[in-house]
Design a protein around this ligand. Sequence first.
Ligand code: TNX
Length: 532
Amino acid sequence: MKHSLWTFTVLAAFSFSSCQVPDAVKLEDAGIIPIPSIISSSSGVFELGSNSTIQLIGTGDDLTRVGDYLAEKLRPATGFDIPVSKESGDLILELVSGEPSEKYRVEVTGEAVKISSTSAAGLYYGTQTLIKAFPVEIENTSAVDADWVVANGKIEDEPEFTYRGAMLDVARHFISVEDVKHYIDQMGSLKFNYLHLHLSDDQGWRIEIKSWPKLTEIGGKTEVGGTEGGFFSQEDYTEIVKYASDRFITVVPEIDMPGHTNAALASYAELNPGVNLPDGDFTTMTEGKIDFDILDKNPEPAELYTGIEVGFSTFATNKEITYTFVEDVIKELVELTPGPYIHIGGDESHVTEKDDYIFFVERVQEIVTKYGKKSIGWDEIATAKLFPGSVTQFWALEENAILAKEQGNQILMSPAKRAYLDMQYDSTSRLGLHWAAYIELDDAYNWDPATYADGINKADILGVEAPLWTETIGNRAEIEYMAFPRLAALAEVAWSSNERRNWKDFQKRIAQQGKRWDINGIGFYRSPKVDW
Ligand code: TNX
């Protein structure tokens, strides 16, 4: 009798306590991507309730924005008010004094959650981590019934690389402002901090340049496959820059040159040295060389191009008008771009003579420098003299990365075999190319930027970028299918140290992320490597 009473008491106490304080998955198992540097757990949970409030400690618009962001993220699914104030709160965002860094700390106790950092960006990353520590139902956009608990513990985190980028090719297929913003939202949640926009290519010119209006009037009209193209007005571009910056993401605009310029050459004949479309007649070339004399006298605009060949176009590198043009474009872009970089392209200029290419790349860097910015270019630019601070984006040739390093310049790692989101997952993928590789989720995950290329070490690397080329990708659903889940793998490659990363653990965490994407309505690729 005594015994069963004891059993009853214990059971009652158990069920009573589990009813009062619901369980939460430990922070280690919550599915946080990218994996934070340090996670330690303790017993108990913090529970968000209808009286919860956010308290801001510190000053500045950025701090308020992060507070509002957290509130807006937590309100819909919980149905709670979650006011933001300086008074008091159980969700505390503290901007601490000190050298601003992206490092942040999250401390969860039964009473409160406190996120602290010396920068608003750090607080933003902390809120992203916190959101992922809540049950996945927090992603709902209308109220659902759930226990809004986070396990007690402490997270300390900081990024491995200062540049964590993603690129959208809006030239091969135009991508609308709305779709770019949607991508930015996902980038923000994965702690990316640079959005590279590939704004011009053979198939389209996508940014309004007021001093050269035909670029968009003519060059923006079409896209791959011959469908209608489009372009960003300067207002659209500014809106993207602002939207990104509100999420601590800096836009890097790219004008690809001297190759990949057919859309510009179709818009303005005077830029055209007369190289024609692939399979077209190269009538203005004599013995494989471009006969500039003929064209200087009688330049013709190129035809608009809607195929997917590369390497057939070039600016006339020996004409002064080319540099007037480039300077006008860069000047207008710089006025719209608060970030430090202008991307000058430089890849696959197969019909530009080597000397002409080098001359061009050096002059363009000079123009970028004149307007107070630094250049980024695809790895071929390292065959030219690099200006101090110019960044070489490694995509194909290790020897070019080495050339950059030898010149004392930094490298942005985008190896096509690992980081290209337009590569097919396997031979059955319905979208994508495979000239570099098939890239399954584990291929995108299992590489170390610091040992990937012989002779290129951590200190030589500015960061990691995941490019999405769009020859085969034409709408939001297709973007999502190619980018996710691989973008999350690359976010972890860029943010988390190699020692901290582990494929088996990532497999589990990405499955939880998949549940969030399902709630967000993101149609990701269900890689067979993951038990979704
Ligand atoms: C190579 S990567 C290119 C792009 C293509 C891409 C397709 C690079 C610098 N140039 O022009 O879109 O392959 O995967």
